[in-house]
Design a protein around this ligand. Structure first.
Ligand SMILES: Cc1cc2nc3c(=O)[nH]c(=O)nc-3n(C[C@H](O)[C@H](O)[C@H](O)COP(=O)(O)OP(=O)(O)OC[C@H]3O[C@@H](n4cnc5c(N)ncnc54)[C@H](O)[C@@H]3O)c2cc1C
Length: 416
């Protein structure tokens, strides 16, 4: 069945819902086309189900966390700042709290509350969502967008269209890269998608033995060509394929253009101690250790599971009594406590990435409106654009704010 809308928005994710809200509040009736049976499927899994929806920082701090195309976001962040987003949720009955690193979560710790709140606001504002409506292609007439053709063959005619279809990671949530097809269809350049915020596969098989072990307060260092490309304190996790967790996901954002086989990654397991202090501490422990085995000695310095394999990683027999540890062995143990090496083989597949890097080339999008520079009544918002950020609530906020700006701009265009 063919139908008509002022504004058609493809995708009911963070960007599409916010676009619809801002458009409806600006006086037009938007129709969201969503291929899933519910809205915001990806939002449900964000922040481990708690949804780190934004970051309570200022504009400059925000832009520092966006390695790809930060300046493109100025107007969007002015249209909807992190503080605007927090107020929007609070005023709508979803109180939020600020945690470590100024990460913002709903007080309830439930991502579903964020989606539910947005859906309530959308319904109050008169926006419509059609579920099970998969957009197949854009309808173009006389160089303008005339509407959207759905997979079932029906056509929605609209005076403007916003593409908010997300990237290609976690495709089970509906983000299958359809927006890139719509962009190409209209002559837009698409930067090839690649994984960002992605776990890393290591050569070392011992990582698998430690699967599930999380290290807190360690420093992850990465050096390429003698230059430090990453060095941060925090938390990381061993997995069956290698390494993951916040530090590793962050590191993966710093690897653009770096051949992974030339990357030297080390974990500083004792970041609070200098190398000399580490060796002194170890020397004292060894001196008082007597018949204690080396593995037991290491348990005083490391989590038990890591302590069990650590001497082996340093070429030291774990069963050896402390009294028999040689000076060279002590040096090896101390050295690896400060720099445990890992060989990164590759990134995990893009489907497992928290965000997709690449996407619609922002040079062809007007940053003040999110409108296409090629087709004036076509807009893009959210992860489908080539903008991505570090963890901390920035990516969802990019989706919310570019959506808000696209919705408001499209409404203005329709009403003039
Ligand atoms: C595991 C995980 C955890 C994350 N945690 C956080 C976090 O805590 N904080 C944070 O800031 N970011 C987080 N992110 C990133 C964040 O979720 C995304 O950047 C954000 O959701 C992107 O929003 P979007 O609206 O652009 O796209 P999406 O959320 O991908 O939404 C796109 C929507 O479009 C629909 N769609 C696609 N194609 C079509 C079509 N042809 N027709 C109709 N509908 C279509 C999809 O079904 C989907 O509903 C996380 C991501 C993952 C995978």
């Amino acid at each position: 069945m063919n139908s008509k809308a002022d504004l058609a928005i493809i995708g009911a994710g963070a960007a599409g819902m916010m676009a619809a809200l801002y458009a409806a509040q600006s006086g037009v009736r938007p129709l969201i086309l969503e291929k899933n049976e519910k809205a915001g499927k990806k939002i449900y899994i964000t922040g481990k189900g708690r949804c780190n929806l934004t970051n309570d920082c200022d504009l400059q701090e925000f832009l520092r966390e966006v390695p790809v195309n930060p300046r493109f976001l100025y107007a969007a962040l002015k249209a909807l700042s992190p503080q605007d987003m927090m107020k929007l949720m609070q005023d709508a009955g979803c109180p939020v709290k600020v945690e470590r690193g100024r990460r913002v979560f709903p007080v309830s710790d439930k991502a579903s509350d964020v989606t539910r709140t947005l859906l309530r606001l959308l319904s109050q504002a008169g926006a419509e969502i059609r579920y099970g409506a998969e957009a197949e292609e854009l309808v173009i007439r006389d160089g303008l967008i005339a509407g959207v053709r759905l997979k079932d063959g029906s056509e929605i005619s609209a005076r403007a269209v916003i593409v908010a279809t997300g990237g290609v990671s976690y495709p089970s949530t509906g983000s299958t890269g359809d927006g890139y097809r719509f962009a190409s269809q209209t002559g837009h350049r698409v930067i090839p998608p690649s994984p960002a915020l992605i776990p890393l596969v290591t050569q070392e098989k011992w990582c698998a033995e430690l699967m599930g072990l999380s290290l807190t307060n360690v420093r992850l260092n990465a050096v390429y060509n003698g230059k430090t490309v990453y060095s941060e304190l925090g938390e990381m996790l061993f997995t069956h394929f290698g390494i993951s967790g916040p530090l590793v996901l962050e590191l993966s954002c710093h690897l653009r253009g770096i051949p992974l086989d030339a990357l030297q990654v080390t974990i500083d397991l004792k970041p609070g101690l200098t190398p000399d202090q580490t060796e002194d501490r170890l020397a004292r422990d060894i001196a008082s250790g007597g018949k204690k085995q080396t593995v037991t000695l290491m348990e005083g310095l490391l989590p038990k599971r890591l302590a069990a394999i650590f001497p082996g990683l340093c070429g030291v027999d774990g069963q050896k009594p402390c009294a028999q540890i040689t000076a060279n062995e002590r040096k090896a143990l101390a050295g690896r406590l400060k720099a445990l090496p890992l060989t990164v083989r590759r990134k995990r597949p893009i489907e497992e990435a928290v965000v997709t890097e690449g996407g619609v080339d922002v040079r062809e999008i007007n940053p003040s409106t999110m409108a296409s520079r090629l087709i004036p009544n076509l807009y893009f918002a959210g992860e489908t654009l080539d903008v991505s950020a570090h963890t901390g609530g920035y990516n969802l906020h990019i989706a919310f704010s570019t959506g808000a700006l696209a919705g408001r701009s499209a409404a203005k265009m329709i009403l003039t």
